[in-house]
Ligand binder design. Structure first.
Ligand SMILES: Nc1nc2c(ncn2[C@@H]2O[C@H](COP(=O)(O)OP(=O)(O)OP(=O)(O)O)[C@@H](O)[C@H]2O)c(=O)[nH]1
Ligand SMILES: [Mg+2]
Length: 237
């Protein structure tokens, strides 16, 4: 018997062997070594790591030294890289992160535990603890995006633009992803509105190492547009 659209295979206990940690990497030589060493430590080297890389610095060499699979791609924005990364993962549980040392890799066991409790998507909520390390403009924008997305979906969410989430691979494979800068919001909104089991997990958020790749005004406008477009598409689909 086949699975209906939002039914997923929840009948087994996943371990770090079942985990792919994936990320877009764009000139992150200052941070990538720490991020990949943290993943290695917490998973005992068992997780697959996939980097979709557009760098001109030493990022891809450092990634390969740490045993990551590196897929080279011209830099075309966050979402183009992260979509390629999630679709290239070969394990049944996919975790996205940024490669700038902002996200707590030591919380990977908690993300996996939530998946093992039956959730299809586990979304890191950076705003729960106040996100003091986030630039004030970004924090205000992220709070506003969450309020806007919640109103459009009719379901309260607290952090729509987080880079750290875990997904059952069938969720990312079954849905068609269309957004670029707004991909992170899309990766939360479409599964939620299709009835997948989604939960937010409060996480710590650190100050970024290296330079941002995001223009807060241009990027913010793109994210707002994606939230409206994707919510309306899902509502009327
Ligand atoms: N391959 C690739 N990776 C990208 C591209 N743009 C951004 N990234 C990566 O995507 C992740 C998110 O970009 P960030 O610059 O951290 O954006 P942000 O998290 O919104 O902003 P800050 O962390 O506050 O600077 C990082 O790991 C970047 O290296 C791109 O065009 N190509
Ligand atoms: Mg970042």
């Amino acid at each position: 018997m086949g699975l209906t659209e939002t039914e997923t295979s929840e009948d087994r206990e996943y371990t770090f062997e079942d985990l792919s940690v994936v990320m877009g990497t764009y000139n992150e030589a200052e941070a990538i070594g720490t991020v990949l060493a943290d993943i290695d430590d917490v998973t005992d080297g068992a997780a697959e790591v996939v980097c979709v890389d557009g760098s001109t610095d030493a990022t891809p060499e450092i990634a390969r030294e740490h045993g990551a699979r590196v897929i080279e791609q011209e830099p075309q924005g966050y979402g183009v890289a992260v979509r390629e990364a999630v679709l290239s993962a070969s394990r049944p549980i996919v975790v996205t992160t940024d490669c700038d040392d902002t996200y707590p890799m030591d919380r990977l066991p908690d993300f996996l535990a939530a998946i093992n409790r039956g959730y299809d998507v586990v979304s890191g909520d950076r705003l729960y603890h106040g996100a003091e390390t986030m630039p004030a403009l970004n924090r205000f924008g992220n709070e506003a995006f969450a309020v806007m997305a919640s109103a459009l979906m009719g379901k309260r969410v607290h952090d729509t633009t987080t880079g750290m989430r875990a997904y059952r691979s069938e969720v990312v494979e079954k849905i068609e992803w269309t957004e670029n800068t707004g991909l992170s919001a899309e990766l939360l909104i479409r599964p939620l509105m299709r009835g997948y089991d989604v939960r937010e997990l409060p996480i710590e958020y650190r100050e970024r190492k290296g330079e941002t790749k995001l223009d807060p005004f241009k990027g913010g406008a793109e994210i707002a547009k994606s939230i409206i477009k994707v919510s309306l598409e899902e509502r009327f689909r």
